[in-house]
Design a binder for this molecule. Structure first.
Ligand SMILES: Cc1cc2nc3c(=O)[nH]c(=O)nc-3n(C[C@H](O)[C@H](O)[C@H](O)COP(=O)(O)OP(=O)(O)OC[C@H]3O[C@@H](n4cnc5c(N)ncnc54)[C@H](O)[C@@H]3O)c2cc1C
Ligand code: FES
Length: 415
C-alpha cells in the first residue's frame, strides 16, 4: 500500500516537473520570438530614420560580402539531392529575395589552401522563419575519368551537418519571376534546375497569383526526381498549374507517376501542350539541355525577350542578337589593350577578359563563369568593360565581371 502511495507521489512529481519545463520552454521560445521581432522593428525604424523614403524591402536584413550562417536542417530530397536550411549565426533578420534568385557560399574544403565559392539557387518560396533553403545535387566525376567528383557539392553533402557554419553572400541574380507580367508562365527545368522554378511556383501559390503556369520537369529517372510530392501537392491545390514530367532514362520495375512521359523534352512537346507562344518562358538546367532547347525555342518563333534562362554551370549558350549587336571583331577591337597589374595583352576581339587573363597566366578567381556569382569581379582602374548579355550578378560600382566582360576600348584592371 505504502509502495503504491510513494510511486503515485513520484509520478505526480514527475508530471509536475514536466509541465513546469514545458511552460519554461514555451516562455523562452516566445521571448526569443518577440526579441527577434523587436530587432526587426528596430532595424526597420533605424533605416527609416536614416533615409527619407524608408527602407526598400530588399535593404532590410541585407549585407555586403559574406555572413556566417548555421546549417539548421539537412533533408534528403532524392538520391544524392539534399536540402540545407540556413539561419544567420547572429540571429538578426536576413534579406528577402525574389523567387529564382541564388546565394553564394564561401568555404574551404579540407586540404585546400584557398576557399572555394559556389552559387546555389534558393529553393523555397517567400522568406519564412528567417531561414534560406538551398537544394544541392552531389555532382559525380564524369564517367571513365580520373577526375574527382564535384568539389563544392561533395563538401555540402559530406562535410556539412546540422550545426555546421558556412559563409553566405546575400541573394542576387536577375533570373526571377516577373510579377508584372500576367501572361502564362512556362517553367522548364532540367534535373536539379527545378530549384529556382520551385521557388517561383511556391510564391505563385502562397501569394495567390492568378497566372496560368506550366511546369515541364525533365529528369533522368526517379532517382533524381526531387520534390515530386511537393510539386504534386501544389498542382492539386491550384488548378491553373499544370505539371508535365519527362523521364529520359526510366528504370525497369519503377512505376512512373500518372501522366508523366518518357523520353527527352522537346520544343515541339512544349508547344503542343502550351498551344501558343504568348507566354513568358523560364528555363533552368545544365548547359547541354539549355544548348539543346533555347535555340530551338527561338527558331520556333519565341522572342528572345520572353526567354529567361539560368544555366547551372559554365554557360556558353548565347541568345540570338540583332545583327548590329553581333559582337563580331572589328579592326579597332584587335588594337584594344587589356592592362593587368603586371602585364598587358592585346584583346583577340572575342574572348572574355577572364579567358584573356588565363591565356596569359594572370590569375583571376572564377566559379560560375556565366556572370551569375560575382567571384571573378575586379576593379576597373580606367576604361570601360561591356557585356554581350546583361549579367545576372550586379558588380560593385567601378568593378566588372571578367568572365562575361569584354573591353570597350583600352581598359586597365586591378588584377
Ligand atoms: C546561379 C547558379 C545557381 C545554381 N543553383 C544550383 C542549385 O540550386 N542546385 C545545384 O545542385 N547546383 C546549382 N548550381 C550549380 C553549382 O553552383 C555548382 O556548379 C555545382 O554544384 C557543381 O559544383 P562542384 O563544385 O560540386 O563541382 P566542380 O568541382 O565544379 O566539378 C564539376 C564537374 O567537373 C568534374 N571535374 C573535376 N575536375 C575536373 C577536371 N580537372 N577536368 C574536367 N572535369 C573535372 C567533376 O567531377 C564534376 O563532374 C548553380 C549554379 C549557378 C551558376
Ligand atoms: S565567375 Fe561567376 S560571375 Fe564571373
Amino acid at each position: 500500500m505504502e509502495i503504491v502511495y510513494v510511486t503515485g507521489l513520484v509520478l505526480m512529481g514527475l508530471a509536475l516537473l514536466d509541465a513546469v519545463a514545458g511552460i519554461f520552454v514555451s516562455i523562452r521560445q516566445s521571448f526569443a520570438r518577440s526579441k527577434f521581432q523587436q530587432r526587426q522593428a528596430e532595424q526597420l525604424r533605424s533605416m527609416m530614420d536614416e533615409g527619407q523614403h524608408g527602407p526598400s524591402k530588399e535593404s532590410v536584413g541585407s549585407w555586403k560580402g559574406f555572413r556566417r550562417f548555421n546549417i539548421v536542417n539537412k533533408v534528403l530530397e532524392a538520391e544524392d539531392i539534399c536540402s540545407f536550411y540556413l539561419g544567420p549565426v547572429d540571429g538578426e533578420p536576413i534579406r528577402s529575395f525574389e523567387p529564382g534568385q541564388h546565394i553564394g557560399f564561401r568555404f574551404t574544403v579540407p586540404g585546400d589552401s584557398k576557399p572555394t565559392i559556389r552559387s546555389y539557387s534558393l529553393s523555397s518560396g517567400v522568406l519564412e522563419d528567417n531561414l534560406y533553403r538551398v537544394t544541392i545535387k552531389k555532382v559525380p566525376a564524369p564517367p571513365e575519368t580520373d577526375f574527382p567528383p564535384g568539389k563544392g557539392s561533395s563538401y555540402f553533402h559530406e562535410e556539412l551537418e546540422i550545426g555546421s557554419v558556412i559563409e553566405v553572400s546575400a541573394p542576387n541574380g536577375k533570373f526571377y519571376l516577373d510579377r508584372e507580367d500576367d501572361r502564362p508562365a512556362v517553367l522548364i527545368a532540367g534535373g536539379i534546375g527545378i530549384t529556382p522554378l520551385l521557388s517561383m511556383l511556391e510564391t505563385i501559390c502562397k501569394e495567390g497569383i492568378e497566372r496560368t503556369c506550366y511546369l515541364f520537369h525533365a529528369v533522368r529517372s526517379h532517382r533524381d526526381h526531387a520534390f515530386a510530392e511537393r510539386l504534386n501537392e501544389l498542382m492539386q491545390v491550384r488548378d491553373h498549374l499544370h505539371l508535365h514530367t519527362y523521364f529520359s532514362h526510366p528504370e525497369d520495375g519503377h512505376e512512373l507517376p500518372e501522366g508523366s512521359k518518357t523520353g527527352f523534352l522537346s520544343v515541339d512537346a512544349i508547344q503542343e501542350t502550351v498551344g501558343h507562344l504568348e507566354a513568358q518562358f523560364y528555363i533552368c538546367g545544365p548547359p547541354p539541355m539549355m544548348q539543346a532547347l533555347v535555340p530551338s525555342m527561338e527558331a520556333a518563333g519565341i522572342p528572345s525577350r520572353d526567354i529567361k534562362m539560368e544555366a547551372f554551370g559554365p554557360a556558353s549558350i548565347k541568345k540570338k542578337k540583332p545583327p548590329e549587336d553581333s559582337g563580331a571583331a572589328t579592326e579597332s577591337d584587335s588594337a584594344t589593350v587589356i592592362r593587368f597589374s603586371k602585364t598587358e595583352v592585346k584583346w583577340d576581339g572575342e574572348s572574355s577578359i577572364l579567358e584573356m587573363a588565363e591565356e596569359n597566366s594572370v590569375e583571376i578567381d572564377s566559379s560560375c563563369r556565366s556572370g551569375s556569382c560575382g567571384t571573378c569581379q575586379v576593379k576597373v582602374l580606367s576604361g570601360k568593360v561591356k557585356y554581350e548579355d546583361e549579367p545576372g550578378f550586379d558588380p560593385d560600382e567601378g568593378s566588372c565581371l571578367t568572365c562575361v566582360g569584354i573591353p570597350d576600348g583600352d581598359v586597365e584592371l586591378d588584377v
